[in-house]
Design a protein. Structure first.
Length: 255
């Protein structure tokens, strides 16, 4: 087991965003978090990554309680994420964006960096090699010196994933990874994510509205509606579930 979400509840004022939700994600599993707009999916992501504190419940990562832990400590513990709206340093190169994710892997001190001592150059060489290795894996090597904002939308998504992978996560959270992509880009990303799961030996938790993508990729799904879990299991069973169909007003029939 990589992640255990136990009885999480979260309210904003009098509005319940998440109500007593629990689930587990296993090693090398791709788990989908789906539901209509406003179902509480992003709120749950923000609780897992430390942006929000739950009113009740706990988040357990590999046996460690990370509930209410600071963001940077959660990243260090092994959780990385991407966002629905791409968040790259657009004026920086693709390589430099990935190097930011490797910042904690550079084993030299501030003074060694300031005075350009040998350990600094050795550390920089190692992290750049690792960044280039990740870019190569994602098919982005030829863009490494390009300004991130000059890349296509689909490739910018890949750069964001590359930066997340640079933190050496145990769990990768993806918020609507194929939003804005065409069908060919979506299929390509699904193949990449399967390879990432195996090559980096991690689990993936994703929010997605594209049901074909979810059906093609996810091992299991959790369906939320108004902050409450209404289904957990395989997507082929979800599309037949009356509560799920009701929540989506029949959209699943055409997924």
């Amino acid at each position: 087991m990589i992640l255990e979400v136990k009885n999480i509840s979260k309210s904003f004022g009098g509005v319940v965003a998440i109500k007593n939700t629990s689930f587990v994600i296993n090693e090398k599993e791709i788990f989908g978090l789906i539901g209509p707009n406003g179902a509480g999916k992003t709120t749950l992501f923000n609780i897992i990554t430390g942006n929000y504190s739950p009113n009740e419940g706990n988040v357990i990562l590999k046996g460690e309680n990370i509930t209410n832990m600071k963001n940077h400590k959660i990243v260090k513990a092994g959780v990385a994420r991407t966002f629905q709206n791409i968040r790259l340093f657009s004026s920086m190169s693709v390589l430099d964006n990935v190097l930011i994710g490797l910042d904690s892997k550079a084993h030299y001190t501030y003074l060694e960096s300031m005075f350009r001592l040998p350990r600094y150059f050795m550390g920089e060489k190692k992290v750049k090699a690792k960044a280039r290795e990740i870019l190569e894996f994602l098919g982005l090597s030829k863009f490494q010196n390009e300004q991130a904002s000059n890349l296509s939308y689909g490739n910018q998504r890949k750069v964001e994933i590359a930066r997340a992978l640079a933190t050496s996560p145990k769990l990768l959270l993806l918020d609507e990874p194929v939003a804005g992509m065409n069908p060919n880009e979506s299929r390509e990303l699904a193949d990449i994510l399967r390879r990432i799961k195996d090559e980096f030996a991690l689990a993936i938790l994703l929010i997605e509205h594209d049901m074909k993508f979810v059906n093609h990729l996810c091992d299991r799904v959790l369906v939320l509606d108004y902050g409450k879990s209404i289904f957990e299991g395989h997507i082929e069973d979800a599309v037949k579930d009356k509560e799920v169909i009701k929540a989506y007003l029949g959209d699943f029939k055409h997924a």
